[in-house]
Design a protein around this ligand. Sequence first.
Ligand SMILES: Cc1cc2nc3c(=O)[nH]c(=O)nc-3n(C[C@H](O)[C@H](O)[C@H](O)COP(=O)(O)O)c2cc1C
Length: 156
Amino acid sequence: MSIKEAMSRFTTGVTVVTTHYAGQDWGMTCNSFNTVSLEPAMVLWSIRKEASSHQAFTQSGSYLVNVLQADQKDTAMRFASGPQAERFVGQACERTDHGNLKLHGSVAWFECKLVQVVTAGDHDILIGEVLNYGSREGDGLVYANRHFGVLTAFAS
Ligand SMILES: Cc1cc2nc3c(=O)[nH]c(=O)nc-3n(C[C@H](O)[C@H](O)[C@H](O)COP(=O)(O)O)c2cc1C
């Protein structure tokens, strides 16, 4: 079994991270998102150094993490490949005061100021301080074994 396969056994949520840089919007599907600190509120995610949006996310100064809802599998797929401009076509969004796009339909969002970049192998870990956030009722999209799904909770 490859290391990638072993890592895929770890079940995660799915996010789309957006930023605004060099006069355009950038967005990518990301499941490496995690919480770090409550006081101050800080989160992290990692980006492949070779990603075409790497410069945008490391230089723009801020980004917005959209936590996808269970019915947003198509959104997750669309933001995982293809030209940046095409990823936002038909996507209902709202622009924040910091210029980042908040996707409609997400169950939670965290807008962050980039405070630290930690280089780790072929990825960079982006640590952000949360500037604004929001959430609503709803189930998040789940990713495991390279498949999207929905969490079924045990009856308590
Ligand atoms: C479910 C899922 C999770 C992903 N998580 C990450 C991630 O955490 N970090 C990353 O660099 N790429 C991740 N990717 C891949 C990126 O979305 C993809 O490489 C990127 O959008 C390619 O576009 P770019 O090179 O133009 O940025 C993920 C893809 C999928 C489908």
